[in-house]
Design a protein around this ligand. Structure first.
Ligand SMILES: Nc1ncnc2c1ncn2[C@@H]1O[C@H](COP(=O)(O)OP(=O)(O)OP(=O)(O)O)[C@@H](O)[C@H]1O
Ligand SMILES: N[C@@H](CCO)C(=O)O
Length: 311
């Protein structure tokens, strides 16, 4: 074997109440990375497609290379590898674009090297890539992209990652307005401290969401999609946020929030029957404020990243 191709899905991080600790993977989109043996030591990013020429080729900046380098450092190995990236995710969208690249690269490289690591052990390497991409080594995109499903990061020190139950029929609609928001920028508007009152509200909702998932209680899931920590600050960066929220909830969504750091918004629903009504309702708001939007819908991806092909 001298080449492996892998796919990693898009993700919705935070899921409203779980800032930096909750995320889930979606089926609709993702990134693809091929890693090939190279006949001299060192990593090289050979090609990037689908980014309109905007992503860095430097190995210390591209998340594919940063993640693989972190893995090689841990192995203490000096090998030669070529990286070929096909972006399926828009940049700065809030759908875990930087994470999907890092995760797909790691899954491909790990297989090529004979799987020295179990899937879960790849997480710290992907987190190092997130640190380079957006200034914070958060795991709530990389963990669900790697493992699939709904994931809880109970603790970062040491890393304690738990896969949660995904209720049958839980559906996600993603609304991606036509502008970019860098994670680093939408983290910079947040406050360092949280009041006791807000901490109580947020903990109640995280617990409610987790309980709702396990009990397959869709109303409880909807009630728990509340964020008093990040959303109030980030909503100011996203035109029409509260109007869209009201419209999609009236159209039957269980709840709506900011996907990751935005500007994409996610809405959860029971089944896909209401999806088109939700999209139409959101579209009306975006039309009224003159903002283009792409809408996607998807079941929750429970598989996570996988190897597509090896040669
Ligand atoms: N392979 C890569 N794919 C995507 N972004 C990359 C990659 N390598 C480096 N980056 C950098 O990461 C940044 C994109 O990350 P950003 O966190 O803003 O978007 P995102 O991953 O879509 O958002 P979110 O984390 O909120 O879901 C860009 O500045 C980009 O240059
Ligand atoms: N938890 C991260 C996710 C970024 O996609 C944040 O909200 O900044």
């Amino acid at each position: 074997m001298n080449s492996v191709k892998a796919f990693a899905p898009a993700t919705v991080a935070n899921v409203s109440c779980g800032f930096d600790i909750l995320g889930f993977a979606i089926d609709a989109m993702g990134d693809q990375v091929e890693v090939r043996d190279r006949n001299q030591p060192g990593l090289v990013v050979v090609s990037i497609e689908g980014d309109e020429g905007r992503l860095p080729y430097e190995v210390e900046k591209n998340t594919c290379a940063v993640a693989i380098q972190a893995m090689l450092d841990e192995l203490g190995k000096e090998v030669g590898l070529e990286i070929y990236l096909k972006k399926g995710l828009p940049l700065g969208s809030g759908m875990g674009s930087s994470a999907a690249s890092a995760v797909a690269a790691l899954v491909a490289a790990n297989r090529l090297l004979g799987e020295p690591f179990e899937k879960k052990q790849l997480l710290p390497f992907a987190m190092q890539a997130e640190k380079v991409a957006c200034g914070a080594g958060h795991a709530d995109n990389v963990a669900p992209s790697l493992l699939g499903g709904f994931v809880l990061i109970r603790d970062y020190h040491p890393l304690d990652v738990i896969k949660l139950h995904v209720p049958e029929g839980l559906f996600c609609t993603l609304l991606h307005p036509h502008f970019e928001l860098k994670t680093a920028d939408s983290r910079s508007v947040l406050r360092d401290t949280v009041s006791l009152k807000h901490s109580t509200i947020q903990s109640g909702n995280v617990a409610g969401l987790v309980a709702g998932l396990f009990q397959e209680d869709f109303d409880l899931i909807g009630r728990s999609l509340r964020d008093v920590i990040a959303e109030p600050y980030r909503a100011t960066l996203i035109p029409g946020f509260y109007e869209v929220k009201e419209a999609v909830k009236s159209a039957g969504a269980l709840g709506m929030g900011i996907s990751g750091s935005g500007p994409t918004l996610f809405a959860l629903s029971k089944g896909k029957e209401t999806v088109q009504t939700i999209i139409d309702a959101a579209q009306q708001v975006y039309d009224s404020i003159g903002l283009g939007v792409d809408a996607y819908h998807s079941a929750i991806n429970t598989q996570g990243a996988f190897v597509i092909e090896e040669n």
